[in-house]
Design a protein around this ligand. Structure first.
Ligand SMILES: Nc1ncnc2c1ncn2[C@@H]1O[C@H](COP(=O)(O)OP(=O)(O)OP(=O)(O)O)[C@@H](O)[C@H]1O
Length: 510
C-alpha cells in the first residue's frame, strides 16, 4: 500500500535541489528534508507515537516545524497544528478534545503546557536542538532513513481546527488523499514546476500556509523562502529572487501602499495568489495598475481544502473566486432544501470531491448535519455562479443577523456602506435589541480627514436598502480587528462595541 501522501512527496523530491531557506541564510535541500523527516519520524516512534495518534503542535513558524509535519505523515501520525496565539485555556479545549499522544511546544511553554497535557495523558516535547532532551535532540540520535508507515488514501493525515471566526472551533479530519489530490490539482492549475520559488509569509497552523503553500511546493519539487511573518519591506526585498507569492488580502493592501512596488520589482514574478478572505476589487485594480499583474483569487476552507480558482490563462476577475478546480463539483442550492438553483441565483455553496474532509472529529451529528445525502458538503458560504461560470461569494450563511424575524446578510450592507464617499471599509454585526431580537449595527472605518457622520451614512443607505436592513447605530473606528488570516473578527467587535451599540439602540439614535 505504501504511504499515500509521503510517497508522492518522495517521488517529486530532487535530492540536490533547494527546498526551503530561511531569511537568516539557513537552507534545506530535498535530501536534507528526507533525512530530517526520517530522524524525527524515528523519534516519534521512540516516543510511542503510533499510526493514528495525534501530534499537537503549537510552535513558532520554522523549517523544523515543517519537517515535523512531514515526519508525522511518514509515521502515520495525525498532525494537529495550533494557532500560536491560543491561550492556555484554549489549549485545554483542543488537548482535551483531540487527546494527542504528544504535544510539541516552544521551550518557554514547556512547563505550563506540560502540566496541562499531563492531565490528559499526553507527553510534551520542544523542537529546539538544545541538548537538553528536546524532540530534535532525540531525532539527532535516529538514523536518516525510516520505514514509513503504511497509509492509504482514506487514512487521516491531519486534524485542523476551524478558525472559530463564527463559532466554537471544530476539528476537521483530513485524509492523505484530501491533501494529495488538492495539492496536485493546484500544482497543475497554477503551473508550478521545480523552477518556482515561493515567498512563504503565511502562518503554518492554517490550511493556507500549511497545505496550499507547502504541499504545492513539495509536490512540484520547487523551493520556498520561509519568512516568520509577513513584512512588506522584506517581501519587496525578496520579490526579485522569487516567482510566486501566496497571500491573504492584507498582504496586497500593504504592498500597494508601499512606494517601492513597481513593475521592475516584480519583474521576475509570474504569479500572485490571494485567498482566505475576500480581496477588495480596489486592491485588485490598484495592484494591476502598479505591477501589471492580475492577482489570482481562489477560495477554500479548512474542511474542503481549495474549491475554486481564477484561471491561470483566462481572465482573472475581481470579486470572483473563479471556477471549480478539476475534480471538484460545486453547486448553489436553496439553503433550506438543498435544491439546486439556476446560474445567477444566490444560495448556499455546496461542494463534493476528493478534497472534502472526512468529518468533524468526534462530532458525528455535526458532520451529518453539514452533508447532504448525496455527499455534498454545505460550506456555509452564500454565492452564485455567473453566466460565464465564475463563482461569486456573496456572504457567509453563518454570518447572519435575524432582526425582527427578517434575515439580514451583513455582506450586502457592508457593500453598500463601502460605496459611500469617505468610507474605507465596514463591518456589520448583530447586537441584542429589545424589540427586534437582534439589531443591525455598523462599524465603519473613515478615510483620513473625512468628516463623515452617522447620519450621513444612514442617509446614504435610505434609498438603497430595505428599512429592516438599515443599521440602527453606527460606530467609527480606526481599523477593523483581523485575525492572522486577514478575516475580520466580528466576535471581537461584538465584545468591544456591543454595550455602546446597545445603548445607542436604547437611545433610539436612528
Ligand atoms: N477568496 C475568498 N473570498 C471570500 N471568502 C473567502 C475566500 N477564501 C476563503 N474565504 C472564506 O474563508 C472561509 C474559510 O475559512 P476557515 O476555514 O479558515 O475558517 P472560518 O470559516 O473562518 O472559521 P469557522 O468555520 O470556525 O467560522 C470560507 O468559508 C470563506 O467564507
Amino acid at each position: 500500500m505504501g504511504n499515500h501522501m509521503f510517497d508522492a512527496i518522495r517521488a517529486a523530491a530532487k535530492p540536490d535541489a533547494r527546498f526551503v531557506e530561511s531569511p537568516d541564510g539557513r537552507c534545506w535541500s530535498y535530501s536534507d528534508m528526507l533525512g530530517a523527516s526520517a530522524r524525527i519520524a524515528g523519534a516519534l516512534e521512540k516516543l510511542s507515537v503510533r499510526p493514528g495518534d495525534r501530534v499537537a503542535v503549537q510552535a513558532e513558524k520554522s523549517p523544523e516545524v515543517l519537517m515535523l509535519y512531514i515526519a508525522c505523515l511518514r509515521a502515520g501520525a495525525v498532525y494537529l497544528p495550533l494557532n500560536t496565539a491560543y491561550t492556555l485555556a484554549e489549549l485545554d479545549y483542543f488537548i482535551s478534545d483531540a487527546e494527542p499522544r504528544l504535544v510539541v511546544v516552544s521551550p518557554a511553554a514547556r512547563e505550563t503546557v506540560g502540566e496541562l497535557a499531563g492531565r490528559y495523558g499526553a507527553h510534551v516535547e520542544t523542537l529546539d536542538a538544545s541538548g537538553s532532551g528536546s524532540l530534535m535532540d532525540l531525532a539527532s540520535d535516529q538514523p536518516p532513513d525510516f520505514t514509513d508507515a503504511e497509509c492509504g488514501p482514506d487514512d487521516l493525515a491531519a486534524i485542523l481546527y476551524t478558525s472559530g471566526t463564527t463559532g466554537r472551533s471544530k476539528g476537521a479530519m483530513l485524509t492523505h488523499d484530501n491533501l494529495l489530490s488538492n495539492a496536485l490539482a493546484l500544482r497543475d492549475y497554477w503551473r508550478f514546476t521545480s523552477e518556482d520559488r515561493l515567498i512563504h509569509a503565511l502562518p503554518i497552523f492554517h490550511t493556507h500556509g500549511l497545505f496550499v503553500a507547502s504541499n504545492v511546493v513539495l509536490l512540484s519539487g520547487a523551493s520556498m523562502i520561509f519568512l516568520p511573518k509577513f513584512d512588506a519591506d522584506e517581501v519587496l526585498r525578496l520579490l526579485p529572487r522569487a516567482s510566486v507569492l501566496m497571500g491573504v488580502p492584507t498582504f496586497y493592501v500593504r504592498l500597494v501602499q508601499h512606494r517601492e512596488l513597481t513593475r521592475e520589482t516584480v519583474g521576475r514574478m509570474r504569479l500572485f495568489i490571494s485567498g482566505s478572505a475576500p480581496l477588495l476589487a480596489e486592491t485588485h485594480e490598484a495592484f494591476r495598475r502598479r505591477t501589471g499583474h492580475a492577482i489570482l483569487e481562489r477560495y477554500g476552507m479548512t474542511e474542503t481544502n481549495m474549491n475554486t480558482s481564477n484561471p491561470y490563462d483566462g481572465e482573472r476577475i475581481a470579486d470572483t473566486v473563479g471556477f471549480p478546480l478539476p475534480g471538484v463539483e460545486l453547486r448553489v442550492t436553496e439553503p433550506e432544501t438543498g435544491v439546486p438553483l439556476r446560474d445567477g441565483e444566490t444560495g448556499m455553496i455546496e461542494v463534493r470531491g476528493p478534497n472534502v474532509f472526512k468529518g468533524y472529529w468526534r462530532m458525528p451529528e455535526k458532520t451529518e448535519a453539514e452533508f447532504r445525502s448525496d455527499g455534498f458538503f454545505i460550506t456555509g458560504d452564500l454565492g452564485k455562479i455567473d453566466e460565464r461560470g465564475y463563482v461569486h461569494i456573496v456572504g457567509r450563511g453563518k454570518d447572519l443577523i435575524i432582526s425582527g424575524g427578517y434575515n439580514v446578510y451583513p455582506k450586502e450592507i457592508e457593500t453598500e456602506i463601502d460605496r459611500l464617499d469617505g468610507v474605507v471599509e465596514s463591518a456589520v454585526i448583530g447586537i441584542p435589541h429589545p424589540d427586534f431580537g437582534e439589531g443591525v449595527a455598523a462599524v465603519v472605518v473613515r478615510e483620513k480627514g473625512s468628516t463623515l457622520e452617522e447620519r450621513m451614512i444612514l442617509q446614504g443607505l435610505r434609498d438603497r436598502l430595505a428599512r429592516y436592513k438599515q443599521p440602527k447605530a453606527v460606530v467609527f473606528v480606526d481599523e477593523l480587528p483581523r485575525n492572522a488570516m486577514g478575516k475580520v473578527q466580528k466576535n471581537v467587535l461584538r465584545e468591544r462595541y456591543g454595550k455602546v451599540l446597545e445603548a445607542a439602540f436604547a437611545a433610539g439614535s436612528t
